[in-house]
Design a protein around this ligand. Structure first.
Ligand SMILES: Cc1cc2nc3c(=O)[nH]c(=O)nc-3n(C[C@H](O)[C@H](O)[C@H](O)COP(=O)(O)O)c2cc1C
Length: 173
């Protein structure tokens, strides 16, 4: 059994719900899993980590960024995966622009230098109760049926890939 941490950073909880779904799927594969806010978590004592963050204005939430930077040595020594949660509505049609908007490039470069197994972008969900003018404008400008863009099947399938990779690691050990 592998002891796994699923750490997340969220503002309006939709990333937390993705993290919880990932944790539940990993548990169903027989792993012991803790799901915790990145700001209150450490990678110490875990055999593997999944780290996820909501993306706002092209940036990760501070807690996830700090986790990646502060835990870099531990992460480099164990298998770890990353997800970003963001896109809602249709893209801009410009792939390069969309990519920069969905995943912070410098952090992904850092994660790659530490040996991240995979980094993935999942659709997000706009807040039901926007907290400020910018959030309200974004909600207003996104059609209602595109405000929750989370694809639970895709999230589950991706997590199954994580479980398969961990099982492969055990066989290799
Ligand atoms: C003000 C604002 C800015 C956003 N900026 C981005 C962005 O840069 N890239 C992106 O992919 N999604 C962006 N989104 C969508 C959010 O990332 C999405 O709603 C996410 O699921 C929120 O996660 P949370 O509920 O865990 O806070 C933005 C949403 C808002 C309201």
């Amino acid at each position: 059994m592998t002891h796994i941490l699923v750490a997340y950073a969220t503002k309006h909880h939709s990333t937390q719900e993705i993290a919880e779904a990932i944790a539940a799927e990993l548990r169903s594969h027989g792993h012991e899993v803790d799901c915790a806010e990145a700001g209150h978590a450490t990678a110490s004592g875990y055999d593997a980590v999944v780290l996820g963050s909501a993306v706002y204005m092209g940036r990760w939430r501070r807690e996830a960024k700090h986790f990646l930077k502060h835990e870099r040595e531990r992460l480099a020594a164990i298998p770890f995966w990353i997800f970003s949660s963001g896109p809602v509505g249709g893209g801009s049609g410009d792939a390069e622009k969309d990519e920069a908007w969905q995943e912070p490039k410098s952090l992904m470069e850092l994660a790659e230098s530490l040996g991240v197994r995979e980094h993935v972008v999942f659709g997000g969900r706009l807040p039901e109760h926007p907290g400020n003018f910018v959030e309200s404008a974004m909600v207003r400008n996104t059609p209602p049926d595109e405000r929750d863009n989370r694809d639970w099947d895709r999230i589950r399938e991706w997590t199954q890939g994580v479980a398969t990779a961990l099982a492969g690691d055990r066989l290799d050990a």
